[in-house]
Ligand binder design. Structure first.
Ligand code: BGC
Length: 387
C-alpha cells in the first residue's frame, strides 16, 4: 500500500502535524503552527477524500464542488466521488480513498448506518472523518459533524405550510384563516438521520393544530414509517401521493389543502401527482400548499410561478466552508470549533457539531435570499435550470 505522501516527504513540521492529528489533537497537542510557506508545503502533500451521495439532486453537486474548491484553494489534493445513491458504491469509494492514503475524509452518507467497517479502517489509519450534513451512525470513529439545525429545518417546513394555509403570517403572528384544512404528510429517507429531525421539528409544530382539529390528515397516515420515502426518490413520492389521493380523496367531496414535503424533489413528485388528479393553477388560485427543502432551481421556479409554495434554503456554500475549516483544523493537529456538543448522538457517542441556520423561501423573498446572495441568477430562476 502506498505510504502517506507527507511521510514520504519526511518534513519535520508535517510529521508533527500528523502525529498531533493522530492523537486526536486536543489542548496541548497543537504543534505551534509554522509560517505560511511551511504550512503551504504541508498541505500540498496532503489529500482529502470527499464522498457525496448522488448527483441526481443538484444540492450534492454544489456541495461537492464547493468542498473541492475550498480544499484545492488551501493546497490539498481532492478525491471527490459521487455514489449514485448506491450503498455498495459509496462503501467501495471510501475503501479506495483509504487505500490511496488520503489524510482526511469528508462523507455525506447514503445510509448513515452502513459505513462502519470503512470508519474502522479510517481510524486504524489515523484518518479523521468529518460527517457532512448527514450524521454517520453507530460508529465511534466520527470525529466531527457539520450540518444545519435539522430540527429547525422541520419547524420551518411546517411553519411555511401553516403560513400557506393562512393559519400563520410570515412574521409568526396568527393568520386570518380558521380551517379546518386537509393535509397530507411526507417524510424523508428512513436511513438518513436528518429525516427524523425534519419530521420531529415539523410534527411538534403541526401537532397542536392537529389536536384542536384545525388540521386533519384524512388518509390517517401520520406515522413517520407511513410517510417516509426511501432514498428521497421523487417517483416514490409521486406514487405515494397518487395512492393517497386514490384511496382517500378521489370520488369523495374531500379536497386536499396542503402537503408537508421535506425535500424539493419529493415536492415536485407530489405536485405532478396532484396535477394529474385534477388540481391545477397556482396556490393563490387554490392549488394545495406544498413545502420543500434545498431551493433546487426547478422548485425555485415553481415557487416564482406560484405553484410550489415554499422551500428551505440551506446555503451549501457555508456548509462546505465549515467542512473545509474542520478538516483543516484536524490536519493541523487541532480540534475544530463546535457550536453544539449535545444534539447529535450517533448511538455510540455525541458527535461535536457545527450547525448552520436555514431560511424559509417564499415567492416574495426569492430575490433577497437566492438571487442577491448569488446562489441563483435571475435568469436561472426564470428558466428553472442551473447554468
Ligand atoms: C439533506 C437535505 C436533502 C436530503 C435529500 C438530507 O440529508 O439534509 O438537504 O434534501 O438529504 O437529498
Amino acid at each position: 500500500m502506498k505510504g502517506k505522501k507527507f511521510f514520504a516527504a519526511g518534513a519535520g513540521a508535517a510529521m508533527a502535524f500528523t502525529l498531533a492529528a493522530c492523537s486526536g489533537g486536543g489542548a496541548g497537542s497543537d504543534p505551534d503552527p509554522t509560517g505560511p510557506d511551511e504550512q503551504g508545503a504541508v498541505t500540498e502533500d496532503m489529500s482529502v477524500g470527499v464522498a457525496m451521495p448522488t448527483q441526481t439532486s443538484e444540492r450534492w453537486i454544489a456541495d461537492g464542488e464547493a468542498v473541492e474548491s475550498g480544499l484545492t484553494e488551501l493546497g490539498y489534493e481532492v478525491d471527490l466521488q459521487f455514489a449514485n445513491d448506491d450503498i455498495p458504491t459509496q462503501s467501495q469509494q471510501i475503501d479506495q480513498m483509504i487505500t490511496n492514503g488520503v489524510d482526511a475524509l469528508i462523507i455525506a452518507a447514503i445510509d448513515g448506518t452502513a459505513l462502519n467497517s470503512q470508519l474502522e479502517a479510517a481510524a486504524a489509519a489515523n484518518i479523521p472523518v468529518v460527517s457532512y450534513d448527514r450524521l454517520i451512525l453507530d460508529s465511534e470513529n466520527v470525529d466531527f459533524y457539520v450540518t444545519f439545525d435539522n430540527y429547525n429545518v422541520g419547524v420551518q417546513q411546517a411553519t411555511s405550510l401553516l403560513v400557506g394555509l393562512g393559519l400563520l403570517n410570515q412574521d409568526g403572528s396568527e393568520g386570518d384563516a380558521e380551517g379546518p384544512f386537509n393535509v397530507e404528510l411526507f417524510a424523508g429517507s428512513p436511513d438518513d438521520n436528518n429525516a427524523t429531525f425534519f419530521w420531529n421539528g415539523a410534527m411538534d409544530t403541526l401537532q397542536p393544530y392537529m389536536d384542536e382539529g384545525t388540521l386533519t390528515v384524512p388518509s390517517g397516515q401520520t406515522d413517520f414509517e407511513q410517510a417516509a420515502i426511501l432514498r428521497w426518490q421523487q417517483e416514490t413520492a409521486q406514487r405515494r401521493m397518487e395512492d393517497v389521493l386514490t384511496s382517500t380523496y378521489v370520488g369523495t367531496d374531500l379536497e386536499i389543502d396542503g402537503v408537508l414535503s421535506p425535500y424539493d424533489g419529493l415536492s415536485r413528485g407530489i405536485i405532478t401527482a396532484l396535477e394529474s388528479n385534477g388540481y391545477d393553477g397556482t396556490v393563490e388560485e387554490g392549488f394545495p400548499v406544498v413545502t420543500g427543502q434545498d431551493a433546487e432551481i426547478a422548485s425555485v421556479k415553481l415557487i416564482a410561478d406560484g405553484v410550489q409554495y415554499s422551500t428551505i434554503f440551506k446555503d451549501t456554500r457555508k456548509l462546505a466552508a465549515q467542512a473545509v475549516t474542520a478538516t483543516e483544523a484536524f490536519l493541523a493537529g487541532e480540534e475544530p470549533e463546535a457550536n453544539d456538543t449535545e444534539t447529535y448522538d450517533n448511538g455510540v457517542k455525541v458527535v461535536p457539531s457545527y450547525l448552520l441556520e436555514s431560511d424559509i423561501v417564499y415567492q416574495d423573498n426569492i430575490q433577497e435570499l437566492l438571487v442577491d446572495s448569488g446562489y441563483w441568477t435571475a435568469e436561472e430562476v426564470e428558466s428553472g435550470t442551473a447554468e
